[in-house]
Design a protein around this ligand. Structure first.
Ligand code: MG
Length: 356
């Protein structure tokens, strides 16, 4: 089952580029996210079956072009001619190839997209959703809606959070990290008023605080009954996270900005994280997500996906410690309906909502 073809497509949204700024970008405590595009890769095997993977960007308009160049010139030669039934060998080769300039950042976005496409191609070739190749545990995964951007005013955040509950979500995540603790507390109280007492509320400061401030605000969020306290401080500060996890009762969640299973192992060994949150693009694709999830399970830590790609859902279906997948409000074109607050794991062969 050799890989015989690899096509790369760059999608740069005109809205959000420097030439055409987005008038209403979403915003968290660290970044303004106008939307900047994606890179899609399609691999083809000698049997003619194809597999898809992609990497999207919330900002940095030049990133898709740079990523496409890395894939074309550095990664593609190592993928063509490989055997689809030896994907971990291919994954190791891609990590080795990019080590000189760093198997992280854009290089890892490329490795992840290719790893996704290759697993998708193998699953489609065998006629099985990848979760059934890897060994499925769950048929559905609880979902929460990330709906509380900082640029929303009070009325808007209440309306959108109430809409999430109407759609069947049993958890909502909101951004915090306003200039003052009082503003953060007020935001959580407004959302609680909108969603009622039965809905989980998660809070996310996107790396914006100091350890001391994260402890003060974390205690307030504990008192308000929030479910987890996400990325309060810079993502690579393992000492700081160990302090927070050891000091606060609220669960400390982090991982969307960590690269590779080794990064997660470092946090787990230090008791610096209560809930791991890998991102498909930054962690290294499904191959790495599975490893991260099982390492976390050995440490007794739950796994919550950052972002909600179908490929990540297939991974979570195989992890006993999966607790939540992230998504936004459901739109008219949503490929799934919620069932008791959960997303059913697709039975489509491969890794996506549809085979096309
Ligand atoms: Mg986050």
């Amino acid at each position: 089952m050799l890989v015989t073809g690899l096509e790369i497509t760059i999608n740069v949204r005109p809205s959000g580029s420097p030439a055409q700024p987005n008038p209403n970008p979403i915003r968290d405590a660290l970044q303004t996210l106008p939307g900047a595009g994606s890179v899609e890769v399609v691999v083809e095997s000698e049997t003619g079956v194809t597999g898809r993977g992609s990497a999207w960007f919330g900002r940095v308009a030049g990133a898709p072009l740079a990523l496409a160049a890395i894939i074309e010139h550095e990664l593609k030669p190592l993928v063509l001619g490989t055997d689809l039934t030896c994907l971990r060998r291919t994954h190791e080769a891609l990590l080795r190839e990019t080590e000189y300039h760093g198997s992280a950042g854009l290089a890892m976005f490329g490795i992840s997209a290719l790893d996704t496409a290759l697993w998708d191609c193998l699953g489609k070739t065998l006629g099985l959703p990848c979760s059934r190749l890897w060994g499925r545990v769950h048929d559905r995964i609880p979902a929460y809606a990330m709906v509380g951007w900082l640029n929303y005013d009070d009325d808007e955040v209440q309306r959108i959070c109430a809409r999430a509950v109407e759609q069947g979500f049993r958890g909502v995540k909101i951004k915090v990290g306003f200039p003052t603790l009082a503003e953060d507390v007020q935001r959580v109280k407004l959302v609680r008023e909108a969603v009622g007492d039965e809905i989980a509320i998660m809070v996310d400061a996107n790396q914006s605080l100091t350890v001391a401030e994260a402890i003060v605000r974390g205690r307030a969020f504990e008192d308000l009954g929030c479910l987890w306290w996400e990325e309060p401080i810079p993502a690579d500060d393992v000492d700081g996270y160990a302090t927070l996890a050891g000091t606060l009762d609220i669960a400390i969640a982090t991982g969307e900005n960590l690269y590779s299973p080794r990064d997660f192992a470092r946090f787990l060994r230090r008791d610096a994280v209560d809930i791991v949150q890998p991102d498909l693009r930054r962690a290294g694709g499904p191959t790495a997500l599975l490893q991260i999830g099982l390492i976390a399970q050995a440490f007794g830590r739950p796994y919550a996906a950052h972002a909600g790609e179908a490929a990540h859902l297939q991974v979570m279906a195989c992890l006993p410690n999966s607790i939540y997948i992230e998504t936004g409000l459901l739109g008219p074109d949503s490929p799934f309906q919620l069932a008791e607050g959960c997303i059913p794991v697709p039975e489509t062969p491969g890794l996506h909502w549809s085979e096309a």
